[in-house]
Design a protein around this ligand. Sequence first.
Ligand SMILES: [Zn+2]
Length: 255
Amino acid sequence: MILLAFIVGAILGSFYLVVGTRLPLRENIITSRSRCDHCHTVLKWYELIPILSYIFQLGKCRHCGQKIAIEHFIVEIISGLLFLWGYYYYGLTLDYATYLVLVSLTLIIFISDLKYMIILDSPLIISGILLIIIKYFEVGLKGMFLAIIYGIILFVFMYIVKIIGDKIFKRESLGGGDIKLCFIIGVSLGYGYYGFYLGLITIVFSAFLAMPYAIASIYLLKKNELPYGPFLIAASTIVFIFIEKFSRLLVFFMI
Ligand SMILES: [Zn+2]
């Protein structure tokens, strides 16, 4: 089962890379076949096997001999390991399902937001629907609606932060994708007593995660824009994994 989790993770990881890199360019990822980035030869099925095809081809295209981007190999391994670790940690549970949705979305957003400063709508919509369905099986209809309400509250909260931020800095302070992402965070964390507060902790935590990157990009790259989505979704995935620890932290501060 652990090996299966890794293989499924690696295959989906290679799909997420396609979603994150080709969907923002408005390419049809369902009908268009995978091609070499250099010579555009349509790849055969055995050239698409994650990780292994990269190793056996020694990182080079069989047709033109150009290097295959190492990001394929890296994303496939990371995705495989995350799926494997989740199975080890959760077993076959609904929490594992939520974890997989969050991890998948994290990978896609990392790729598209770092590369193009874009958070795509379609992965957000699909993840949102999957999380709501999982909530239904986890806590029933009432709990599901409660999770949706928490999602909407966090969305509105972040929207207000954006309006205030836009006024203060006199420019766009937060992207639309970051605000929509808050709905997803609210739904995934937002049932039980501390849902909304966990959402707020996630937002604060994400700012800390983004800080080193922000400082580096201001001083080294001289850029004053930063993709915030990857840090936001990574923070929510970490809070979800250690939800009991974060809940205890919350109780500590509330007393
Ligand atoms: Zn080629």
